[in-house]
Design a protein around this ligand. Structure first.
Ligand SMILES: C[S@@+](CC[C@H](N)C(=O)[O-])C[C@H]1O[C@@H](n2cnc3c(N)ncnc32)[C@H](O)[C@@H]1O
Length: 464
């Protein structure tokens, strides 16, 4: 499927009536007695209330464990569309539209040799998996790509605690680790990776700086000048890396990399950008300017609402592997929504005595028992309890199942939203590379979503 057609298909799917109705309806609004059931939900609303675990039926169908006969056809069709449209996410393979049999699943740089490793102190197994995979990939590309021959300077953007920076420094690279957060820098300092580390080849410089397209180039200029005063004569080759660059940071890095590789900003630097390796995250923190990047996707026709961006981070394919955890997460969403019923009934019986206060955070332990959760929540919101509500009456039992079904359906759309964001970036990069004249661009599922973050897609840009 050509990439522009893929974007078009995703856009049409997300804008079609059932997905659209799911995005606009947050469970909290649906539990309000004034909520009008959208016509698209009539085929599954009663099914959800009368099925013991409707969300398990949906997920089992999604992962191919159960036949579609257990669920209404409108929902099996919705899931079929998601399965065809979402990008594949197998570690070590490029993500492609799942229904696209025409593209070969060529392994790119799949490599488990992580070389010399950084100190593991303080790193979770999840982080270790991510950092090892990113180090292995960068090492492999540095070894094999002719464009990167002689590249010994790496800028780790949004370096956090500096784990990846440490690994790259251990490979003999000169590393500039940039992060806007002093808290992250302090963590890095605790691990003695703060400041300039010397000894052997390479170095590590940690700098607290908020990265914007302008400040990024300036920070690199200053670093290169300090490190190699003769850089003007022999401009070093520089590589950008970013592991889980939040929200706008990913788009800013991509834009800066493109203009540096195309030489389009007209500025001269004492270094040359040779590659960028970027894994994004936190789509909910993106600004409007960051989506869409590809000009042919008309912004007006495809507004991604805050709900779309929140749901883009969902990885429903792993839910059944941690069923109790998933059930608990659904309970939290549903019970918070059920409070709408309890507070509305309280107001209609007692009058609206006070303005409703926000519930805010609730301790996880309270979600073990409905009566305790209800009592504490109503107290927090300054509402009077309604007798009998603490017994979890039948109408709440039914509504809880409907709300958890709704939330599951919303989350099942998440992979398509994320695919849309990723493919928009990829299509834009392909376009501005001018058929590879300036750089090559590749996508790769860098790590295993079941072991690490769901945000596993790496964007590689390598200069030509
Ligand atoms: C999700 S963390 C990833 C940290 C690290 N790369 C890792 O994988 O462990 C994102 C980091 O980016 C930093 N960050 C976000 N926006 C930034 C910006 N505009 N400039 C510099 N750092 C930024 C945050 O402070 C945070 O440490």
């Amino acid at each position: 499927m050509p990439s522009d057609q893929y974007l078009d298909c995703l856009q049409k799917f997300l804008a079609s009536s059932l997905p659209k109705s799911l995005f606009v309806a947050h469970p909290n609004d649906v539990a309000k007695p004034s909520f009008m059931l959208p016509p698209e939900w009539e085929t599954w609303w009663d099914w959800a209330a009368s099925t013991p675990e409707p969300w398990v039926e949906l997920l089992s169908y999604y992962v191919g464990q159960r036949p579609c006969s257990n669920i209404p056809s409108s929902l099996s069709q919705l899931i079929d569309n998601v399965k065809v449209l979402q990008l594949t996410r197998s570690q070590g393979l490029p993500p492609v539209p799942a229904g696209d049999g025409s593209q070969s699943h060529e392994i790119q740089y799949a490599n488990t040799d992580t070389g010399r490793q950084a100190p593991r102190q303080g790193m979770s197994p999840k982080k270790q998996h991510e950092v090892s995979a990113m180090t292995a990939h960068i090492t492999q590309v540095l070894r094999t790509s002719s464009a990167l021959k002689g590249a010994h300077h790496v800028v780790d953007i949004g370096a956090g605690q500096g784990y990846l920076s440490w690994n790259l420094r251990a490979l003999g690279m000169h590393v500039l680790a940039l992060d806007s957060s002093a808290i992250q820098a302090n963590g890095a300092e605790r691990r003695r990776s703060y400041g300039k580390v010397s000894g052997g080849q390479g170095s590590l410089t940690y700098k607290i700086a908020k990265v914007t397209p302008n400040s990024l180039l300036q920070s690199v200029d200053e670093w290169i000048t300090a490190l190699s005063p003769t850089a003007e004569l022999h401009p070093p080759s520089v590589v950008f890396v970013a592991l889980h660059a939040c929200g706008s940071l990913t788009a800013d890095i991509l834009r800066t990399s493109v203009s540096a590789m195309r030489g389009s900003n007209g500025e001269k630097h004492g270094w040359t950008l040779k590659a960028a390796f970027v894994v994004g995250c936190c789509y909910n923190m993106m600004e409007e300017k960051d989506f869409t990047l590809y000009s042919d996707v008309a912004r007006g026709d495809c507004p991604l609402s805050p709900s779309h961006l929140q749901l883009a981070a969902q990885v429903p394919s792993t839910w059944l592997d941690h069923k109790a955890q998933a059930a608990f997460a659904l309970r939290k969403v549903s019970w918070r929504a059920l409070l709408e019923v309890a507070t509305t009934e309280s107001d209609s019986t007692n009058g609206c005595l006070t303005e409703k206060r926000r519930l805010g955070r609730v301790n996880n332990a309270l979600y073990q028992r409905w009566d305790q959760f209800l009592r504490m929540s109503l107290e927090k919101m300054h509402k009077i309890p309604i007798p009998g509500m603490e017994l979890f009456p039948e109408k709440l039992v039914r509504l809880e199942k409907q709300l958890s079904t709704l939330h599951t359906l919303r989350c099942l759309l998440g992979p398509c939203v994320e695919s849309f964001i990723i493919w928009d970036r990829y299509t834009w990069l392909k376009e501005v590379s001018e058929c590879g004249t300036y750089f090559e661009v590749h996508l790769l599922n860098l790590f295993d979503q079941s072991q690490a973050s769901g945000r596993n897609i790496l964007i590689d840009i390598i200069s030509n």
